[in-house]
Design a binder for this molecule. Structure first.
Ligand code: SF4
Length: 431
């Protein structure tokens, strides 16, 4: 079999130091708007001009379908579609932009999306646009783009802030007495936090922790109705789980249907990636010499997560996020931790975590044809249901050809089932 050739620097457009100094705008595809807004500001604090794309809608999907084969993963179609339509929009000078694309470095196709993007750029006449790979696996390098340790630390804070806003917003918005109050607070806080993370001066961890407490207290002041709603967990492939563009605004749909969405945060995925690096050293001896670094990173993020959980429990009656170590332990009871293609063991781990915390109704979002996540998502439902008969899980496929009505009908059926189970439980308890 012919060995696949690695793309060399001579074959790709490299993002150079000169491009950075010339003020090229780095375009970032959207996934979690609040998180990414803050991430862009962190990049700004370290000398990069970055902007999160806001173009969404059917035109974006159409562009993706035009330039990417429809057998390719749905997230790749959406991200590439978003990039190409942004370049064609006239809003940017294509000769002064670079595109930032994440490469997971795992065995899945996500590591190769970047070559699909380059192919699409060539087809659309933008082959001169540099593509920057965002990866921590030593894959492609660009002399004009480097994430230093202090920048990495601030990026972790941006993820923590983003997760905190998402967590509290989801616990307030379905119950708010004054419509729109939670959204307005989240928007104001996103601006404030982005400003804090984007400043050039030193940012101490003490200040970050004090800000956590302020954020929690601000949400706790929102007047909420005392009503019982079905709490519904959202798990799945990272892009369709989080991106409103990919999952047809699933959180909003659940709120409109009288439920409360419960979404495990982005930090969990980052922790899963770090922990997998440790597993690789144990199972395959891969990257053994970096093991102390992976362990340090793992402990560092765990500690930061604990502080965030403390801030929620000490300042409010909100439900805090799950401890990563708990998710990992629960996952290990039903799946090997070596299963790390796609979202791997994290996906059943998050389902189990939700069930243990009383959130037994779950939507498992999956791109159509995503083999790894069908195995660790849909494929794990039977063993999870055997252990937890109360679990009410529905798997929903997302792709350009799927109709929103079909997706919503499946979710509505799960909600009806969940309500029936809850009513029965109440009846049994009152006897
Ligand atoms: S996890 Fe699924 S959607 Fe993501 S790259 Fe792999 S196959 Fe594609």
């Amino acid at each position: 079999m012919k060995k696949k050739k690695k793309t060399t620097e001579a074959e790709r457009v490299v993002f150079t130091k000169e491009m950075r100094e010339m003020g090229y705008t780095i375009l970032i595809p959207t996934m979690l708007p609040r998180h990414f807004e803050m991430i862009a500001k962190v990049a700004g604090a370290y000398g990069y001009r970055a902007e999160v794309l806001e173009n969404t809608g059917p035109a974006t999907i159409e562009k993706g379908l035009r330039y990417v084969h429809n057998d390719t993963c749905y997230p790749a179609q959406l991200i590439i579609g978003q990039f190409i339509s942004a370049l064609e929009s006239g809003k940017y000078d294509p000769r002064r932009v670079a595109l930032l694309f994440a490469q997971t470095g795992g065995g899945c196709r996500a590591s190769n999306y970047i070559s699909l993007l380059r192919k699409a750029l060539k087809k659309a006449g933008y082959d001169y646009v540099p593509v920057i790979s965002l990866n921590f696996a030593g894959l492609e390098k660009n002399p004009g783009f480097h994430i230093s340790l202090p920048m990495l630390r601030r990026l972790v804070y941006a993820v923590l802030y983003g997760d905190l806003l998402m967590l509290l917003e989801n616990q307030c918005r379905p119950y708010e007495v004054r419509a729109g109050e939670t959204r307005a607070l989240s928007d104001a806080l996103t601006d404030r936090l982005a400003g804090q993370l984007g400043r050039k001066s030193r940012l101490s961890y003490r200040e970050i922790r004090a800000t956590y407490a302020e954020i929690v207290s601000a949400y706790a002041k929102i007047e909420r109705r005392q009503e019982e709603r079905l709490r519904v967990g959202i798990v799945g492939e990272i892009f369709v789980k989080f991106s409103p563009l990919a999952n047809n605004s699933l959180e909003q749909f659940l709120i409109d249907e009288g439920a409360e969405p419960v979404v495990p945060g982005l930090l969990g995925f980052a922790q899963y990636c770090i922990y997998n690096a440790i597993v690789d050293t144990e199972l395959y001896g891969r990257g053994k010499r970096f093991r102390p670094i992976f362990r340090f990173a793992h402990k560092f993020v765990l500690k930061k997560q604990n502080h965030l959980i403390e801030a929620v429990t000490q300042n409010s009656d909100f439900t805090p996020p799950a401890y990563f170590e708990m998710t990992r332990r629960l996952a290990a009871e039903c799946i090997g931790l070596g299963v790390k293609m796609g979202e791997g063991w994290l996906l059943p781990g998050e389902m189990l975590d939700l069930i243990h915390s009383g959130v037994t109704n779950i939507v498992c979002t999956q791109p159509f044809g995503c083999l790894p996540n069908h195995i660790v998502g849909k494929g794990m439902m039977k063993p999870i249901r055997e252990k937890h008969p109360e679990a009410n899980i529905v798997a929903v496929d997302y792709d350009a050809g799927a109709t929103v009505i079909n997706q919503q009908n499946r979710i509505k059926l799960m909600l009806a089932n969940g309500r029936e189970i809850a009513a029965k439980k109440k009846e049994e308890a009152s006897v």
